[in-house]
Design a protein around this ligand. Structure first.
Ligand code: M6R
Length: 617
């Protein structure tokens, strides 16, 4: 989604801004722009399209200043064109703003500005007008005070970044429900919507909390609340370096991230056992837990809340928690949760899953549950993200930065995280002995090596992608732990290749979807060995009988039977535990989507219309 970077105190701020915006490209955007403040005027260049278009415009018309802000926009209000691209400047040319999020009451605010002329169709521009008006009303120019007064009028979600002509060395930022990071290093002040934009300058950063406003100068930054009282942001050290955010020889981030899965899973499993004080069998622990175990013992229901790929990981989590901990689990699309009447009380545990920890739908659903005093555990990848900070307990996936919009290594580590949570709840509630938990953990330790074997199937998968890259409709079917993987396979294929794909519980086919099958239809069937395998074979026969071409994802224990019925079989190693099977079986589907999309010439890392972090509802 939209990206922000601001720099003050650097000789060529624009060069740094463009580099920062390049690192934010992965978030997804449709236009980009820059404003500089040289104390004489605010100069803006903004263009629809990719950063390359903005770069060319800047080559023709260079901007020089030591203070500036840049933005990549993912359109919400107003079509993606030059006019609606950020930054927006007020009509007097004294204040410029970039904005992530949505200002919900912008029409009311615009009406309150009388006959002011607006240059764009956006909700964001009103913030520049308001800041200019507040500045003009002050005896002494003070952007920080003006912004405090602006944000007290806003409704919605925002991270805002302002510059004002009268304060050429100052950037002021404000945060409410959209991420914003500030930092200072070597005489330069920075702000950004995402640490990726700052990592080449510093790893010491501060995440603003909701309601915080910061003034950034080349000397440092100060953070206040809306009343002007000093407050502390969340300071932390980023635990990954620049290398992790580079392609390192791969053609695409997605392919690199697919290949990083063995390491990511190993890192997520690492150091999960703690010896209890005084000795005894080591116990599984969460990273940060602000809940006591007694509270977890009283839980009688679990909600798993997430979106997209994270939701599919949550579906595996349900199987694990019900199987090991014996607690009923509902998995719910986060964006639906707070608009019905979910039965939530202090005995309901909410598990919120998110790679970014900044997905507004998931954050809002989790806080709706917290309002009803339900404890919340978050399973997130980005350390220090909003969801991680707001939850009562955190389990981090250690996937490292995931840049491609299509989530891959975050997904497999989320599944591992869900398995850990299932074991943790079983341990806390006395459903499993510590030795049983550590035995399963030891088996999960074999997953990274099995993943390496699965990645060796890449050549076979590429051939299949070559054969089916034009297939207009692909159906994915599965049962039990295969169903979330069927759903994830369909999501991957549609998001990066733009081909129609759908997933169904294999047993549901005969209740309707099988009508879609015609000779040559491609059906991908998740059919590893396990307790639902024979049922899957029947479902494969049903679609085969109606002329479908079947690609089966099998395992060593199921391959012989599958070869009798399927047109193609990809054989995976047997997983060390049936519930770890999805971590392996999703990989050929990730590779299939990747090869189909590249064969079709699509932009794999930044698919159309999509954003990596979805910070609007
Ligand atoms: O950061 P999150 O895990 O909360 O993101 C949720 C979804 O937006 C995300 O998984 C999305 O579905 C991916 N693009 C799928 O590849």
């Amino acid at each position: 989604m939209c990206g922000i970077i601001g720099i003050t105190g650097r000789e060529d701020a624009v060069e740094g801004i463009i580099r920062g915006l390049t690192r934010l490209e992965y978030r997804g955007y449709d236009s980009a722009g820059v404003v500089t403040n040289n104390g004489r005027d605010l100069r803006t260049i903004k263009r629809a399209g990719k950063l390359e278009v903005l770069r060319r415009a800047l080559d023709e018309q260079p901007l020089a200043a030591s203070t500036g802000i840049g933005h990549t926009r993912w359109a919400t209000h107003g079509e993606p064109n030059d006019r609606n691209a950020h930054p927006h400047v007020d009509p007097s040319g004294r204040v410029a703003v970039v904005h992530n999020g949505i200002i919900e009451n912008y029409q009311l605010l615009k009406a309150g500005l009388g006959d002011a002329r607006f240059a764009s169709d956006t909700d964001s521009e009103v913030a520049a007008h308001l800041a200019a008006r507040e500045l003009a009303a002050l005896d002494e120019p003070d952007l920080l005070t003006a912004v405090r007064r602006v944000v007290s009028q806003l409704e919605g979600a925002y991270s805002l970044c302002f510059v004002a002509l009268d304060e050429p060395d100052t950037i002021v930022v404000a945060k409410h429900e959209a991420p914003l990071i500030v930092a200072h290093a070597d005489g330069v002040g920075y702000c950004a919507s995402d640490v990726a934009a700052l990592i080449e300058h510093t790893r010491q950063v501060a995440a603003l909390l909701d309601g915080q406003i910061a003034r950034i100068t080349p000397e440092g930054f100060e953070v206040v609340d809306v009343d002007g009282a000093p407050v502390e942001p969340h300071r932390y050290t980023v635990d990954w370096d620049l290398d992790a955010a580079e392609k390192q020889g791969y053609d695409h981030f997605m392919l690199k991230e697919i290949h990083e899965q063995p390491q990511a899973v190993a890192d997520t499993l690492l150091d999960r056992l703690n010896a209890p004080p005084g000795g005894g069998v080591p116990r599984l622990h969460l990273d940060e837990l602000r809940l006591d175990e007694g509270e977890l013992r009283r839980i009688d229901k679990v909600f798993i809340l997430a979106c997209g790929t994270s939701l599919h990981a949550g579906m595996v989590g349900k199987l694990a928690i019900e199987h090991w901990a014996g607690i009923p689990v509902d998995v719910e699309v986060a964006s639906e949760f707070r608009y019905r009447d979910p039965i939530v009380d202090p005995h309901t545990l909410v598990i919120a899953i998110s790679q970014s920890g900044e997905t507004i739908d998931t954050i809002a659903a989790a806080s709706h549950a917290r309002d009803q005093r339900a404890p919340v555990i978050s399973l997130v990848n980005v350390v220090g993200s909003t969801l991680a900070r707001q939850a009562d307990g955190v389990l981090y996936t250690h996937a490292g930065p995931e840049v491609a919009v299509a989530s891959t290594k975050a997904f497999t580590t989320q599944i591992v995280g869900c398995l850990l949570l299932g074991l943790y709840l079983a341990q806390v509630r006395g459903r499993m002995y510590a030795t049983e938990v550590s035995d399963i953990l030891a088996r999960l330790g074999q997953v990274p090596a099995a993943l390496e074997q699965v990645l060796d199937l890449d050549g076979e998968v590429r051939e299949l992608a070559e054969r089916y890259h034009d297939s207009p409709y692909t159906m994915f079917i599965g049962r039990h732990a295969g169903l979330p993987i069927a759903m994830e396979g369909a999501l991957k294929l549609k998001e990066i290749s733009y081909l129609h794909a759908e997933a169904f519980p294999a047993g549901e086919m005969k209740h309707g979807p099988i009508a879609l099958i015609e000779p040559g239809s491609l059906v991908v069937a998740l059919a590893p060995a396990g307790h639902v395998f024979t049922k899957m074979v029947s479902n494969i026969q049903e679609v085969k009988a109606r002329g479908a071409a079947v690609l089966a994802i099998g395992s060593q224990g199921s391959v012989v039977a599958l070869k009798e019925h399927a047109d193609h079989v990809l054989t995976l190693p047997e997983p060390p535990h049936e519930l770890a099977g999805p971590v392996l079986s999703v990989v050929p589907l990730q590779l299939f989507s990747y090869h189909v999309a590249t064969r079709r010439g699509e932009d794999v890392d930044q698919p159309r219309n999509l954003a990596k972090t979805v910070t609007v509802e």
